[in-house]
Write a protein that binds this ligand. Sequence first.
Ligand code: ADP
Ligand code: MG
Length: 312
Amino acid sequence: MTEFGFIDRIKDLFATLPDNGFEGIGDDCAVLPVGGGESLVFTTDMLAEGVHFLRTATSARGLGRKSLAVNLSDVASMGARPIATLLSLSLPDDATGAWAEEFMQGYRELSQEFGVTLAGGDTTRSAAGITINVTAIGRAADTHIKRRSGARPGDVIFTAGALGASGAGLRDILAGRYDTPAAAIHRNPRPQVAEGLWLGRRHEVHAMMDISDGLASDIRHIMERSGVGAAIDTERIPAAADADIRTAACAGEDYVLLLTAECADAERLAADFLARFGAPLHPVGRITDGRELEWFENGTLRPLDWHGFTHY
Ligand code: ADP
Ligand code: MG
């Protein structure tokens, strides 16, 4: 079974249980309206040694930062402000002491940068390998929350940064080149927290998520949840230095925001974003009223079978 087949199975299995006010499974965060026009959002992500990181290629401090960063990215992608986290660690005997101290220093650094409280967690011994689980909690005005399900035909699709640096960095790391600029980006992604909050307040932004599994995979989540299609102009995909277009479209872990916006307001949105952040929103395509994902190259439809990560 694929990762997404399994998640569908989980959804079905729990569909008849009470929701207690939560929106269902399927977005970057679970949403709980708490009254007063506000909602809390919840997300959790796991990092497993040998699957998501190699201890030889990542410092404990860097891993502390990254394990928090990927969760802050999911909160930001809802248009919410991260407020607190819970941290669970399963540590083998050779990763306690100095390793654990260094990990917590990294986790603390990024917590401080984004003003996030560590509210609790769990610590256990592991028989094999390090496992890290972070749960992040955010809050937002109900009207600012952006979902994967909001895309409408005609919307412009934007990415809020360049793509593929993390994938190029992973390629370098697997080839034993740990010191390249791309490898540094792969180890230390910057969650777009301020950008997510700003985009959350813009009513012309209809749908948003973060790109963790590659544009080619994640745009399909917006399509499925919104019941729409998408057309991507490959020549407009903003490939990072060191990344080719295919890496930019298909490699994961960029943690760049992916959004769709009302066509008539898209240019002004991009201009305001540029003025606010000094970096462009990149228009990469448009939402269509079909169900297909189409790849164009300079206006010509290309039969590309591009897919992102499925890590399961
Ligand atoms: P993200 O990449 O943003 O972390 P995913 O695409 O991995 O999100 O997950 C898709 C959806 O499935 C999310 O809403 C997530 O909460 C849910 N999900 C994933 N695994 C499980 C699980 N074991 N039990 C319940 N929900 C899950
Ligand atoms: Mg996400």
